[in-house]
Design a protein around this ligand. Structure first.
Ligand code: GAR
Length: 211
């Protein structure tokens, strides 16, 4: 399976995918890594792994549509089977999302539909949640709102800070995203009419829960 990965920063999820591929556990080709921000660590990680990189700097565009069109043109030269958002912090237009329907996925650090948006760890602690975690989902026009493919859960401890919780969630992110990609390689995941199927069985709102 060939993929294009979109990032905006640190790229630790990208690294987890590169590592699993290099360990021979993931049968993918990462055709390109595209960043919406220049000079980020994720771009260095991609270059070190010998992957083509592009920067499409969102600040250089006056509107969302122009940015999205440029992004789409860049992605489509590779004809990827899957477009993987890994810490990509831009809201995408409905036309862009529709163009990649069923082959555009995102990782979000919360148990969706709880806590879409930013500052998920702090908000989960403040809400008195007992558990938190990470979701991988198909992208729809609604921010962090698309159908969930899989989740990994983390217990919230009484003495957790935003940082300690974020660290444990990130560990799970690095397990979950490569695993979901492997399922895609094995043709086990499909999106039909806004619902996710795993081995032809329709999943519930949590998707596959791996722990
Ligand atoms: C990750 O925690 C990812 O789940 C989150 O950004 C971080 C990127 O880290 N994504 C979102 O919040 C998307 N709404 P990384 O650059 O080290 O992979």
């Amino acid at each position: 399976m060939n993929i294009v990965v979109l990032i905006s920063g640190r790229g630790s999820n990208l690294q987890s995918i590169i590592d699993k591929k290099e360990e021979g556990e993931l049968d993918i080709t990462i055709d390109a890594v595209i960043s919406s921000v220049p000079d980020v660590l994720g771009l260095q990680r991609a270059k070190k792994a010998g992957i083509s990189t592009h920067v499409i700097h969102h600040e250089k565009f006056t509107g969302r549509e122009a940015f999205d069109q440029s992004l789409q043109d860049c992605i489509d030269q590779y004809h990827p089977q899957l477009v993987v958002l890994a810490g990509f912090m831009r809201v995408l237009s409905p036309a862009f999302v529709a163009h990649y329907q069923g082959r555009l996925i995102n990782i979000h650090p919360a148990l969706l539909p709880k806590f879409p948006g930013l500052n998920t760890h702090r908000r989960a602690i403040e809400a008195g949640e007992k558990e938190h975690g990470v979701s991988v989902h198909f992208v729809t026009a609604e921010v962090d709102g698309g159908p969930v493919i899989a989740q990994a859960k983390v217990e919230i401890k009484a003495d957790d800070t935003t940082d300690t919780l974020a660290t444990r969630v990130l560990e799970q992110e690095h397990i979950l995203y490569p695993r979901v990609l492997r399922w895609f390689c094995e043709n086990r995941i499909t999106l039909k009419k806004k619902e996710v199927y795993f081995d032809n069985t329709r999943l519930g709102i949590e998707g596959m829960v791996i722990n």
